[in-house]
Design a protein around this ligand. Structure first.
Ligand code: PMP
Length: 384
């Protein structure tokens, strides 16, 4: 009889244990999603151990490279398309086009999301964009329009070329309704860009670190990420004093704009100002003009830190060798800036950097140089 009681007790303990364990799995394991658009966002964060040990501050990377099309731009592309759907400019189940001018990432996000939602993508981009991005766009079936790198005032500049192509299609649609219409995504000026970072990326970062964040670093391409995230962090009591840093590559005007209030720092030998060109190997960030998405958060940016191509190249190799973090050029810029910011914050402060995309997007250009860096490179070699 005692043996029977013991067996019953053991069975109850085992069933209870399994039930609790299963509930934990159910809680921690995400359910299958209904399409790739549902995989966007909720990216993870990882401590960059090497940089944290060196600086005595906790430096975290927000892994935007986990998004299905490989970058933070998935959030923006989806929000732009969803907003257009709400406005009736695109209709789910009917053909429609999304036009964009982009140096790559946004185009790839648009192309992938368009495929999943049943739209077509038309992407204009500078012809010196890394080959991987071109190949990706073509593989995704996007219509690709390569143009010469040019100033924004040039009608053939990639953003202007995209808008023109969109206008042409819509003019045809007006005459013949069987021709589908399109939208111009306009990531630089479209407010759906910073808003999605305010609504998703910012809150995710805040909650991942339970509001204990003293520093935030991002580069600026359109400005959507830094504006949206800063707006959110500075709206919350616990993070209102979080130090926001814009990490800027060589040749870009944001550094002077934020620190000294002037945009154009490039005065050429002959005395003419270069307002458009950014001479850097780094892709996706750096600009010499003010966009609506940058303006939205400009006042919230506390400081800009300038990072050279050489530092970024060395940092990318360092993080790959020491942390197994294989990152793209803009992330490397943020990581270099994090070391400088760390020095001005108290020990054990938490700093978050955006890891916008992976190194595999940059194999033929940025990583061609980073591959050559000695594997024994140290942080002192990078910042000296
Ligand atoms: N990193 C990469 C690789 C990018 O493509 C971009 C966007 N062009 C950024 C950073 C900057 O993001 P944002 O446009 O939100 O300023």
């Amino acid at each position: 009889k005692d043996a029977l009681n013991l067996t019953t007790a053991l069975t109850i303990v085992l069933i209870t244990y399994n039930t609790v364990r299963n509930q934990k799995f159910l809680r921690d394991t995400p359910k299958p999603k209904n399409g790739i658009d549902e995989l966007i966002g909720n990216t993870q964060m990882v401590l960059i151990k090497s940089l944290s040990k060196y600086t005595g501050r906790n430096i975290y990377a927000k892994l935007e490279l986990e998004n299905p099309a490989g970058s933070a731009k998935d959030r923006v592309a989806l929000n732009i398309i969803k907003t257009a759907e709400k406005e009736g400019l695109l209709v789910r189940g009917e053909p429609g086009w999304v036009f964009e001018g982009t140096s790559g990432s946004t185009g790839i996000s648009i192309a992938m999301i368009c495929n999943s939602l049943g739209y077509n993508a038309h992407i204009s981009l500078p012809d010196d964009t890394a080959n991987e991005k071109l190949a990706l766009l073509e593989s995704l079936g996007a219509t690709v329009n390569k143009v010469k790198p040019a100033s924004i005032v040039d009608p053939n500049q990639y953003v202007n070329a995209a808008k023109k192509a969109c206008d042409e299609l819509n003019a045809k649609h007006l005459k013949d309704k069987t021709i589908p219409r399109g939208i111009f995504a306009d990531q630089f000026e479209n407010e759906s860009n910073w808003r999605v970072h305010y609504e998703t990326t910012g809150p995710e970062i805040y909650h991942q670190l339970r509001g204990n964040i003293q520093g935030f670093i991002a580069g600026c391409g359109t400005g959507g990420t830094i504006s949206g995230v800063s707006k959110y962090l500075k709206s919350r009591f616990r993070t209102r004093k979080c130090h926001v840093v814009l990490a800027d590559p060589q040749g870009s005007g944001f550094y002077n704009r934020i620190n000294f209030g002037v945009m154009y720092d490039r005065v050429e030998k002959e005395g003419t100002r270069r307002r458009h060109q950014v001479d850097t190997i780094v892709e996706g960030i750096g600009l010499n003009r003010i966009t609506k998405n940058f303006q939205e958060g400009e006042k919230l940016i506390d400081e800009s830190i300038r990072v050279t191509d050489e530092q970024a190249i060395k940092m990318a190799k360092f993080l790959s060798v020491n942390d197994g973090l294989f990152i793209g050029s803009s992330t490397a810029i943020n990581a270099v800036a994090a070391i400088e910011l760390a020095q001005s914050l108290k020990p054990n402060s938490n700093i978050v950097i955006i890891a916008c995309d992976s190194g595999s997007r940059h194999l033929s250009k940025f990583w061609k140089e980073a591959r050559k860096v000695d594997s024994n490179i140290t942080i002192d070699d990078i910042i000296s």
